[in-house]
Structures are given as structure tokens and as C-alpha cells.
Design a protein around this ligand. Structure first.
Ligand code: SAM
Ligand code: SF4
Length: 322
């Protein structure tokens, strides 16, 4: 499936829920968001069907996200269903890690290829401040340990923010010193509550890390991810930078996003897209669903333009899935 700019779309991010067990200050408002009624949220079978139709159109990689995807019951079953789908090579999960340690083995067995775990701080008090919760940071750290233990390819995602976690970035980068884990620093995007924080550019973070660990070697692009990867001397894992603000990667964008209520979003920033839930629930065939999707992707915008705030989707990141 290609869009009108010749980009091949082979990656679908499925948000399983707009609910979360944390309330990160850069992702959602303190009062939370108005939750989508349960009956409007796609069932796991509906998600699996969309994954199957997407696979028939050339999607090879699926990422489950949220809200917090692991609060959805039977995620393991969904991964099994997607894993049984012809054409899907990779099933990934983005999670805050709180519920990972007890589930890592079952997720791997079901077919999970990779997990990205969000970790913005190693300081318990800062964790509580960012996440506006009383949860224990240790549960996230246990989740990371469990994923590594289960040999699931593991990345840690950190969003650097001025005055919040800027003094800890080197300590977070150290996760890839001894373990085969990629630590990726993601530039804060001015979507929803992201606008209320001040991000730090990838160049600044790299500079800080090089001051501490010495010159990093830039690794060849693996072609699968928008991240630029580096290796610090003696580190087992890689250090990555995802830079949507300072280095747009829209030219090679291969992504589509499905919200938890079945809206196919064509670009992270803009609201354009199409409702798939109604045709799905009105009895359309797989062929009809495939035609709706193929037609919709022609509207995929060329690129984001975050200064264009009026045109930005009003959904918060927790409702989109990152
Ligand atoms: N709850 C899961 C988690 O935290 O990993 C999955 C959903 S969360 C919306 C997905 C990713 O989006 C997280 O890594 C989070 O740090 C990131 N994120 C949220 N708001 C962001 C923003 N304004 N800019 C950049 N990344 C953001
Ligand atoms: Fe929840 Fe993830 Fe957003 Fe934090 S970043 S509030 S864990 S969805």
C-alpha cells in the first residue's frame, strides 16, 4: 500500500485503549481525558481483523499501544491472533512497564517481538511528579528486567524535558552499558499536553552524553526505525535519538495509526483519517474494508508542521498512542 507521495505504508500502530494507569504530565491533563465508552472501543477480534486486512495490503509490523495497552484484558490472546496472521513479521508493544513483569513470559510466548518501555526518570519523587501517581518506579524497573530476562528485544524510551529529567539523562543512558537494551531519547512533541513542557533537542542530549561517556560512534541506519543510533565505547546496547522536531523523518514515514475507537489516523499531528469501526460493525466484507483503507491512505499528509497549531489534532497523546 503506497500513499500519494510514493511512501510504502507497512507499519500500523494500534491503540488498544484510551485509559491509563498513569497520568504523565506531558501526555494528558491532570484531570484525565473523557474516556471513550467501552462499547465504542474496538474488541480484540475487531483489532485482529483490521490487522489481517492491513496485512493483506502490505502491513508487516504492528505495534500495540494506548493509553496503557497492558491494562486491556487478554492482550496475550490478541498477540496470538496477530501472530497467526500471514504477512505480519513483527509485533511490538509500547508500555509504561508497570504490568510487564508478571506478563513478559506469556507475551513472548504469544509472539511479541519487541517491547518499548517508557522511562523518563530514575528518581522516585520525579517519577511520582511526572506520572502524577503513587505507583512505584521499581515496578517499571522490574518490567524492564523481566523483558530482558525473557530475551524480548527491549528499548527504553525517554522524553528529555528541561527542568524535569535533564540531570538524569546519562544515568538513563547507562541502561545500555551492560544489558542488550537500546535507550532512545525522543524529542518532546507539542501535541496536547506536550505544549506545556520544554523539550530538549537530540543534539543537546548527545552533547551531554558525550561529555560523560566520550565520543559516540554513529551506527549505520537500520532502515526500520526513524531513530539514529550511536554506540558509546564499551556499551553493549545502543543509544538512539528520535528527533521529530529537529530532524523531520516524514519523507520516509511508513506509519498508520488506529485509535482505540477504530479511527484510522494518517499522521500523528493532523486529525485526517477515516472511521473503520462503522463499516466493520455494519457488516462490510474484508475486501470492502481493504478498499476503504486503500482509498483513505491517499489523504495521508506529506509532512507534519507542528507550528501549525490550529490544524493539530485535538486528541491528547494518551488518546493517540504516540
Ligand atoms: N502508556 C504507554 C507508554 O507510556 O509507553 C504507551 C502510550 S504513550 C502515549 C507512548 C509514548 O508516547 C510514550 O513513550 C510517551 O513517552 C510518548 N509521549 C507522550 N506524549 C509525548 C509528547 N508530547 N512528545 C513525545 N512523546 C510523547
Ligand atoms: Fe499513560 Fe503512557 Fe501517557 Fe504516561 S505516557 S500517561 S503511561 S499513555
Amino acid at each position: 500500500m503506497t500513499d500519494s507521495f510514493g511512501r510504502e505504508l507497512d507499519y500500523l500502530r494500534i491503540s488498544l485503549t484510551d485509559r491509563c494507569n498513569l497520568r504523565c504530565s506531558y501526555c494528558m491533563p491532570a484531570e484525565g481525558v473523557k474516556n471513550i465508552p467501552h462499547c465504542e472501543i474496538l474488541t480484540l477480534e475487531e483489532n485482529a481483523r483490521i490487522a489481517r486486512v492491513m496485512a493483506s495490503l502490505g502491513v508487516k509490523k504492528i505495534r500495540l499501544t494506548g493509553g496503557e495497552p497492558l491494562i486491556r484484558k487478554n492482550v496475550v490472546r490478541l498477540i496470538e491472533m496477530i501472530n497467526d496472521t500471514d504477512g505480519i513479521d513483527e509485533i511490538c508493544l509500547t508500555t509504561n512497564g508497570l504490568l510487564l513483569s508478571g506478563n513478559a513470559a506469556a507475551l513472548r510466548k504469544a509472539g511479541l517481538s519487541r517491547v518499548n518501555i517508557s522511562l523518563d526518570t530514575l528518581d522516585e519523587a520525579v517519577f511520582r511528579r511526572i506520572t502524577r501517581s503513587e505507583e512505584q518506579l521499581d515496578r517499571v524497573l522490574d518490567g524492564i528486567a523481566a523483558a530482558v530476562e525473557e530475551n524480548i528485544a527491549t528499548s527504553i524510551n525517554c522524553v528529555p524535558m528541561a527542568g524535569v529529567n535533564d540531570s538524569e539523562l546519562d544515568r538513563i543512558a547507562l541502561f545500555s552499558e551492560k544489558a542488550p537494551v537500546d535507550v532512545r531519547f525522543i524529542e518532546l512533541m507539542p501535541i496536547g499536553r506536550g505544549r506545556t513542557h520544554k523539550g530538549i533537542s537530540s543534539a543537546e542530549v548527545l552533547k551531554k552524553l558525550e561529555e560523560r561517556f566520550g565520543k559516540a560512534e554513529l551506527l549505520p541506519n537500520d532502515g526500520h526505525s526513524p531513530a539514529m543510533y550511536y554506540c558509546f565505547g564499551g556499551f553493549v546496547g545502543r543509544t538512539g535519538f528520535i528527533s521529530p522536531m529537529s530532524h523531520k523523518f516524514c519523507d520516509s514515514c511508513n506509519r498508520l495509526r488506529l485509535t482505540s475507537d477504530g479511527f484510522l489516523k494518517l499522521c500523528l499531528q493532523y486529525p485526517q483519517g477515516i472511521d473503520l469501526k462503522s463499516p466493520l460493525r455494519n457488516g462490510c466484507t474484508d475486501r470492502e474494508l481493504a478498499d476503504i483503507i486503500s482509498e483513505a491512505v491517499k489523504m495521508k499528509p506529506r509532512e507534519h508542521s507542528f507550528c501549525d497549531t490550529d490544524m493539530t489534532d485535538k486528541r491528547k497523546m494518551v488518546q493517540i498512542g504516540g
